[in-house]
Design a protein. Sequence first.
Length: 208
Amino acid sequence: MGWLPRMGRSVPRDVGAEEAQEEARPPLVERSAPGIAALFGNLQEDGSHAVLDLGPASESSFRLYSRFARLIRFAGILEAPLRGETWTEALRLVPENVETPFDLVLAWNLLDRVPPELRSPVVARLAGITVQGARLYLLVDASKERTPQPLRFTLSGLDRVCQQVVGDPYPAGALLLPAEVKRLLRPFQVVQAFTLKDGFREYVSVRD
């Protein structure tokens, strides 16, 4: 229908439908993120870093990463609740980056989203594309009454995260306790952990 404006006509606008669609969208929730502050703590804003964000791209996150990184990649693989071999295929889209391995990884709620049998292989894949000393950020839902839903995360600051539900609920797996998270993250070693008011736990780890 792009030819309508070129002919000097306006495209009809269904205001009611647009307003209904806007109201139907889940709200964007902004919260504090001490784990993000710890991830970027003591880093120089010198463009020397390489960032991998496993969520979809956003302008605000890109602007923040640009202060630190010469290489920024958004994998965009957490938009929907992926299962089984879909995760293997999705991670194959992330290049090996042998010449420029990542040293900052934002994995968000990665371990909550993959089935148990794929958790260790996914972490091993991330270890294979990161440099020694790389920092990894992870979020785990540790709330008592969990209703897992696909979430979209964006950064609004070095200690602020915006999150929004982007899909329907999916079956909850077993609750991941801190000891299990630490085991699954190897060869990344947890160096800091934070429990948030909504029940989520943030983990910052460093690769051996």
